[in-house]
Design a protein around this ligand. Structure first.
Ligand code: HEM
Length: 332
């Protein structure tokens, strides 16, 4: 009861008044009501007739500060219990509803350490980001396997749509590392004691993505062979050449670039958490310096090689000198 009164009072005093003298966005929900009831739709003062539109209590406000001072164990436990949803008029979080059954939320949400087992409050974030990365890598691998089939059947629209998706997945992977970047070095040094000799190379998602990309490269080689053209020929042939294939090549470069950008972001993450130098070792004893060379190793080497070839065999022949009138029309 005491906690209930205190939190209600703090929320009210912290908010400014609006022109009617009412507290702006005041949420009259108490912790007592929040626990096990309906935090999302609980605020009747803001709810419309359908019961939607209620605001949730703000945990970045004083209530949160209050809790940080003390033991939040009870609050964490309560927040992991089933919650009453007033729109559905049922309890959510028991794993019995269709949404929960289809997504296996009960199982999914128990794949992280229980609050009482966490080494530090940051460890849950550390685990969830890593697990989410593995899920995205699983999806990228799946999509790349489908691309192999699309290329074998010369279904280029399908292949291009999937490659676009894979590039976006790597974009997500990269963005997500930004969450992990909020881990300060001191906090990571604590978590690190509990990771054994784990190495990033042990990530199944990483190895599978690379393997799937090898299969895509193989399928691409076969398409190029069937068309009796070289990779360079695809780039240099006229419009009547192989625009469909050229598009696929460029999408593969998009995927590869997004993949490498993910590894570059990972490098920056490593640099700011444990540092990168020849003398700084990973848990498996490997120097962190190895990352500098590895992060730009591409998935589709041939598509990067062709760029180098085109530049090294390029000559100035036929080009206009800068500043000279271009009288002879376009020269290509
Ligand atoms: C604070 C967080 C992290 C730290 C300090 C860290 C540190 C490192 C270090 C030192 C290496 C190089 C040595 C080795 O292979 O063990 C490495 C490699 C690697 N890490 Fe991480 N990592 C972190 C997060 C992640 C995350 C979230 C992923 C996502 C799956 C990941 C995936 C990888 C992969 C795939 C490699 C191998 C890359 C290569 O060898 O080119 N790491 N990590």
């Amino acid at each position: 009861m005491i906690l209930r009164f205190r939190v209600r009072a703090v929320i009210v005093y912290d908010r400014p008044r609006d022109s009617d003298g009412k507290r702006e966005g005041v949420n009259t929900i108490s912790v007592g009501r929040l626990h096990g009831r309906d935090p999302i739709n609980a605020d009747e003062t803001n709810a419309d007739e359908t019961g939607a539109g209620g605001t949730s209590a703000s945990w970045s406000g004083p209530a949160c500060r209050e809790n940080r001072k003390g033991d939040t164990g009870d609050l964490h436990r309560t927040l992991s219990e089933p919650v009453w949803n007033s729109i559905l008029k049922t309890s959510v979080g028991e794993g019995k509803l269709d949404y929960e059954l289809y997504l296996r939320t009960q199982e999914l949400l128990s794949l992280q350490s229980a609050v009482d087992d966490l080494i530090s409050p940051d460890e849950l974030m550390f685990q969830i980001v890593h697990q989410a990365q593995e899920l995205w890598l699983k999806l990228a691998t799946h999509e790349l396997a489908e691309v192999v089939g699309d290329l074998e059947r010369e279904m280029f629209w399908e292949a291009s749509a999937r490659l676009d998706r894979v590039a976006r997945i790597f974009g997500s992977l990269r963005q997500e590392l930004g969450v992990l970047e909020t881990l300060t070095p001191d906090s990571y040094q604590v978590i690190r004691r509990h990771l054994g000799n784990g190495s990033g190379q042990e990530s199944p998602g990483y190895s599978r993505v690379r393997l799937a990309a090898e299969h895509v490269s193989g399928a691409l080689d076969l398409v190029v062979e069937r068309r009796m053209v070289s990779v360079r020929g695809v780039y240099e042939s006229s419009d009547a050449g192989h625009p469909d294939l050229k598009r696929i090549f460029e999408l593969l470069v998009d995927v590869d670039e997004a993949y490498q950008m993910w590894l570059v972001a990972h490098f920056m993450l490593v640099r700011r958490t444990i540092g990168v130098s020849r003398r700084t070792s990973a848990l498996d004893g490997v120097s962190t310096q190895v990352l500098t060379g590895r992060m730009t190793q591409p998935l589709f080497r041939r598509l990067w090689k062709v760029r180098e070839e085109m530049t090294t065999t390029w000559d100035r022949g036929g080009g206009y000198t800068p500043g000279v009138p271009r009288t002879g029309g376009p020269r290509r």
